[in-house]
Design a protein around this ligand. Structure first.
Ligand code: 4NP
Length: 150
């Protein structure tokens, strides 16, 4: 079982998009039972809020199933529970370490690093562009599955 926690600032745009995109990919490849996939925020800014509606709309347009989930903050105990704690942007990594402590097991990484890119996922909260964010998350998730040997 590969346990993955996606993390962004608010847990209403990028990390839930990544959660449901990867869930869709593993389902379509028939490997869903190999994975446990979740998402959370570094901040408490959006705690309890649903996926931001333009993000949900983009998932629907792409045929990606999602559930009516609510934003949660990353917990210190998540560090032990998950194998991969995958950040959407570099500043998330600092905040993940603030919550979880030092990354002694090398579990924390940047999503686009799996696509060979040292880049942040564009933040659609500010760009308003959910298409670019979707494409970048897809690129990162495909790279991640290749990294995992699928
Ligand atoms: P997310 O997007 O981190 O991708 O969920 C954001 C959501 C909310 C805020 C910033 C980014 N905010 O400042 O409230």
């Amino acid at each position: 079982m590969i346990k993955v926690m996606f993390v962004c600032l608010g847990n209403i745009c990028r990390s839930p998009m990544a959660e449901f995109i990867l869930k869709d990919m593993v389902k379509k490849r028939g490997i869903a039972s190999d994975f446990e996939i979740a998402s959370s925020a570094t901040s408490t800014e959006e705690w309890g809020n649903p996926i931001y509606s333009p993000a949900a709309k983009k998932l629907s347009q792409e045929g990606i199933a999602y559930t009516d989930r609510r934003a949660v903050q990353l917990k210190k105990s998540d560090y032990n529970k998950y194998d991969y704690i995958i950040a959407m942007e570099k500043r998330n990594i600092e905040n993940i370490k603030h919550i979880c402590g030092p990354d002694t097991d090398n579990k924390v990484s940047l999503l686009l690093s799996y696509a060979g890119r040292n880049d942040n996922i564009a933040d659609p909260w500010y760009t308003g562009n959910f298409d670019i964010t979707y494409d970048e998350i897809l690129e990162g998730c495909e790279g991640f599955l290749t990294f995992c040997g699928y």
